[in-house]
Write a protein that binds this ligand. Structure first.
Ligand code: ADP
Ligand code: ZN
Length: 629
């Protein structure tokens, strides 16, 4: 199809591809405008949350326009899956990266030059190699898509130096449209992407960053292991999910702990050898109901649609990172949970990491700003979603689907406790020339004669025992929130507490300190009277009993088919598609073709098998299912 066609023709060509290839009825918010703009040859910068449907924004234009769409993606490990997913739709695609043998690479190159594929995935470092540029000169390119475009931004958290070279694409191929896409962009990152990729004159499309199906919850960290186990057992039995930990050692320990407690879990971090990492990632993508325990090395581009929860056991370093990580839950639009446990130790640890980080003061200040925003989110008494969206420059109203909306915390005037605490820190420093960590300060406030207190003769201090009105956990909450508000600071390897410039104002009584009182119980999605009831399984909760039985049969069929074909189950059909089949029970291929997510190719390939499952449900009892019903 050529560029001279009118935009009516553009629109209908795009809709035609959407229905025929992808099997979807309608575009999601923003997709149509972006696709038409790029089909017509325009440059675009697309900001859309994870799960918003960015891939279609370059895949459809690449199919409609003449030539091959070249997709720059940093996700080498996932290129095979991306190409498999397109192949399953009947789209011709290939990739070039360092994991390939020479024969395979040459075959893909030949297809590209001959125009026999519609999409070519490339790792950014390939573009630094002259031979790649020469190869690209030999084929006809329909567009450049720059995926994960925030990797070009130094302000962000995923900076990749190779991305800086991408501005050269425009110089070399000035007439080929470019579309850059990212799910993470504060106004600062947005501006930086536009500048570095020379996209100031492109059209900018900024979708709503809201992910309404994700429930955001941030809980005080008491006993993290037990808290996590409760979450997984009560709310997400049998679900796939990701658990993020800060260190490799805690990843290994947590994966083992979950496995010992009957929850199938795999570790993922940069300390594992490449083969184990790849194998664990592949299992997570392919099998149903696995939990991945990982450092943040895991996840970019993981487009598994049915991740039902993302749990953080340590404080993320920035809101951008947190939002991107939690965004990996619920791409299929079904209810999902983002849960974070956070405590005093997290603040101490993160501040220390920043103090000892490499790089100059500007860098450290930037890290500090990121952390402050994250802490403010944790300590807010407002709707979490309102705060999150505000961080991305978008206004919204309370969502009703986060912990503070469901169970509003009270704020209380903590000025007096704050003064008691700060003067304890001050006196220890003035009178004893010593600094202490949170533990001893709390012991002094509570008047506890521990060995250490006696050893340092703290009991003779005037502040000894002045804080018995609060419990230890409450004092730790006060310290945590003072740290978050910059009214107290930590210093050195032992995390000793020190005053800040702002502390003086509190001590003088010029600054009122508002604190968040933790609600006693956390909200939950469903009643827990019968943990085996289907209500405890949100994914299945809104299906009737008969539909649920069909859904489980379809899942069993999908699992077996995926295994047989060596594909991730979701590449065959998404849960959302199986649910729709289970609800509507089509009885012909034509009716089946009406279901969302079933395009021509999948109908031809799997249609009859699905009808067979519907007509002859497997008489063998499925053990998993009998637990559910
Ligand atoms: P992103 O890259 O923005 O995170 P994806 O492109 O992976 O999102 O899309 C998220 C999910 O939504 C995918 O499973 C995709 O198949 C599905 N999807 C995308 N566009 C549509 C649409 N118009 N209708 C229905 N499902 C869609
Ligand atoms: Zn809310």
């Amino acid at each position: 199809m050529d560029d001279v066609e009118t935009s009516d023709a553009t629109a209908s060509a795009a809709t035609h591809v959407l229905r025929k290839i992808f099997g979807y009825d309608t575009f999601r918010e923003g997709q149509q405008e972006i696709i038409e703009h790029v089909v017509d040859g325009g440059d675009a910068l697309v900001l859309m949350p994870t799960g918003g449907g960015k891939s279609l924004c370059y895949q459809i234009p690449a199919l409609v326009r003449d030539g091959v769409g070249v997709v720059i993606s940093p996700l080498i490990a996932l290129m095979q899956d991306q190409v498999d997913a397109l192949t399953a739709l009947g789209v011709r695609a290939g990739f070039l990266n360092s994991t390939q043998g020479i024969d395979e690479r040459q075959a893909v190159e030949a297809c590209f030059v001959a125009g026999e594929i519609d999409l070519l995935y490339l790792a950014p470092e390939r573009l630094r190699v002259d031979s790649t540029l020469r190869l690209l000169e030999r084929g006809k390119i329909s567009l450049f898509a720059i995926d994960e475009a925030h990797c070009v931004a130094q302000w962000g958290h995923d900076f990749r130096p190779d991305y800086l070279a991408l501005s050269a694409l425009h110089e070399r191929w000035p007439t080929i449209p470019r579309v850059a896409l990212t799910a993470t962009a504060t106004p600062a990152t947005h501006a930086e992407i536009a500048a570095r990729l020379n996209l100031e004159n492109a059209r900018h499309f900024v979708a709503s960053f809201d992910r309404p199906n994700i429930q955001y919850r941030i809980a005080p960290k008491n006993e993290p292991k037990r808290q996590l186990l409760d979450l997984l057992r009560n709310e997400h039995p049998g679900d796939a999910g990701i658990v993020y930990c800060l260190s490799r050692a805690s990843v290994d320990k947590m994966a083992e702990f979950l496995t010992q407690n009957g929850i199938p879990a795999l570790p993922y971090h940069a300390g594992l050898d490449a083969r184990t990492r790849a194998a664990n990632q592949a299992r997570f993508l392919r099998e149903d109901g696995l939990v991945m325990v990982a450092t943040i090395a895991f996840g970019m581009g993981i487009d598994k649609p049915d991740v039902r929860f993302v749990a953080h056991l340590d404080l993320p370093k920035s809101v951008e990172g947190y939002y991107q990580e939690t965004g990996r839950a619920g791409r299929d639009g079904l209810p999902s949970t983002a849960w974070l446990a956070y405590g005093l130790q997290d603040v101490v640890q993160q501040r220390r990491l920043i103090d000892t980080s490499e790089g100059d003061d500007t860098h450290r200040r930037r890290l500090g700003t990121h952390l402050d925003a994250m802490l403010a989110l944790c300590e807010t008494i407002d709707c979490r979603r309102v705060r999150l969206l505000d961080y991305f420059g978008q206004k919204s109203s309370p969502c009703g689907n986060c912990d503070t909306c469901k169970n509003p915390p009270e704020s209380w005037d903590g000025t007096i406790p704050a003064q008691k605490l700060l003067s304890t820190v001050l006196r220890l420093h003035r009178e004893r020339r010593q600094k202490f960590g949170a533990g001893q300060i709390v012991d002094i406030l509570l008047g506890r004669k521990t060995d250490k207190v006696l050893q340092h003769d703290h009991a003779s201090l005037t502040v000894f025992g002045i804080g018995t009105e609060l419990r230890e956990a409450e004092w730790r909450g006060v310290i945590r929130q003072l740290l978050a508000q910059g009214l107290l600071a930590v210093e050195g390897d032992y995390g000793t507490l020190v005053l800040t410039d702002a502390s003086a104002e509190v001590l003088r009584g010029n600054h009122q300190v508002l604190l968040r009182r933790e609600p006693e119980r956390k909200p939950s999605r469903s009643s827990k009277s019968d943990p085996k009831s289907t209500a405890a399984r949100p994914q299945a909760s809104d299906l009737s009993e008969s539909a649920l039985a069909i859904f489980e049969n379809l899942r069993t069929w999908r699992g077996a088919t995926a295994k047989e074909q060596g594909l991730p189950a979701y590449i065959i059909f998404h849960d959302a598609t199986l649910r729709e089949i289970a609800t509507r029970v089509p009885n012909s291929l034509a009716e089946l073709g009406q279901i969302n997510g079933i395009g021509e190719n999948k109908l031809a390939k799997y249609g009859q098998a699905v009808l067979d499952v519907l007509n002859n449900p497997d008489p063998e009892p499925n053990p998993e299912q009998s637990v559910l019903l």
